[in-house]
Ligand binder design. Structure first.
Ligand code: ZN
Length: 289
């Protein structure tokens, strides 16, 4: 099942078209509350399994499929090749997952513009996990049972703000408006032959910058859920950005950063593609108040 949003409404993508969830369910799901389907995800999945038909998409634009998560977790340096390109000596191992947040106000849709606030903005394509049930102290071997589905995310990052302090400052540097493109749909696990090993990548103006496999995650999805839920109960609709493979711009020689007027394409096998144009961001000298 592929769940998306159009004009602020939940839709199922079926047979090349879409079905409006609130109308088709007689108001049982997706009415009003933008995160409503997560209140009874199991019931929603059961209901959605019987839905067919669908209106053609036409030129309707898909929006962020998970607009208001309560918590957004993100994982740093979770692919070995990315850890090494970031400057860690060969053979370095991660003893525990490095966790930060992307503040939810940074989240946007799969085709929305990314405003570029300065000259050091970078890309990071990532598999994003969407939680379907409350998960508290969940063991890795049961962790997938708590997942609603998977989607594509971009963990856009300002490298200047990230490294300006005494210790790296991930959460702020990755939370400007537009720094969290997500989508194009939330795809349930039954759609994947192996959700633990998916190809992912991104391209800038058609040039492939990153290409990897989630099978190379240092801490795989079940392990991340075990570690996160040992501390924070994970709530339905919460997101986990699982980390990015090698090929970001900052560690290239010379470094490459996003400029306004480009197109960033990000994809994961079996989920789909984000296509985000970059635009001129607000000047940091101008303040609205
Ligand atoms: Zn990241």
């Amino acid at each position: 099942m592929r769940v998306a949003r159009i004009d602020g409404r939940w839709v199922l993508l079926v047979g090349g078209g879409f079905v409006d969830v609130a109308s088709a369910s007689g108001g049982r799901f997706g009415n009003g509350d933008p995160m409503g389907v997560f209140d009874d995800w199991a019931g929603f999945v059961e209901w959605a399994g019987g839905v067919g038909g669908g209106e053609p998409l036409g030129n309707r634009r898909l929006q962020n499929p998970v607009p208001r998560p309560t918590q957004v977790f993100a994982v740093g340096a979770n692919y070995q090749a990315h850890l090494i390109e970031a400057g860690a000596p060969e053979g370095t191992t991660q003893k525990d997952a490095l966790i930060f947040t992307k503040f939810p106000s940074c989240l946007v849709g799969p085709f929305d513009p990314i405003p570029i606030p300065n000259e050091t903005v970078d890309w990071e394509v990532e598999l994003v996990v969407v939680m379907g049930r409350r998960a508290e102290r969940v063991r890795a071997d049961r962790a997938w049972e708590y997942v609603a589905g998977l989607t594509v995310g971009q963990d856009i990052s300002d490298r200047t703000l990230q490294f300006v302090g005494l210790a790296p400052q991930f959460s702020m540097s990755k939370s400007y408006p537009g720094f969290g493109p997500l989508g194009p749909a939330l795809v349930t696990l039954d759609e994947f032959a192996n959700p633990d090993d998916l190809e992912l990548g991104c391209a800038l103006d058609g040039n492939v910058m990153q290409k990897g496999r989630t099978g190379d995650l240092i801490f795989a999805v079940p392990e991340l859920i075990e570690r996160l839920s040992a501390v924070c109960p994970l709530l339905p609709g919460d997101l986990i950005f699982t980390g990015t493979p090698a090929g970001v711009g900052a560690f290239r020689k010379p470094p490459v950063f996003l400029q306004p007027g480009q197109e960033l394409t990000s994809w994961i096998e079996g989920i789909g593609e984000l296509r985000n144009p970059t635009v001129v961001g607000p000047s940091q000298e101008e303040r609205t108040s």
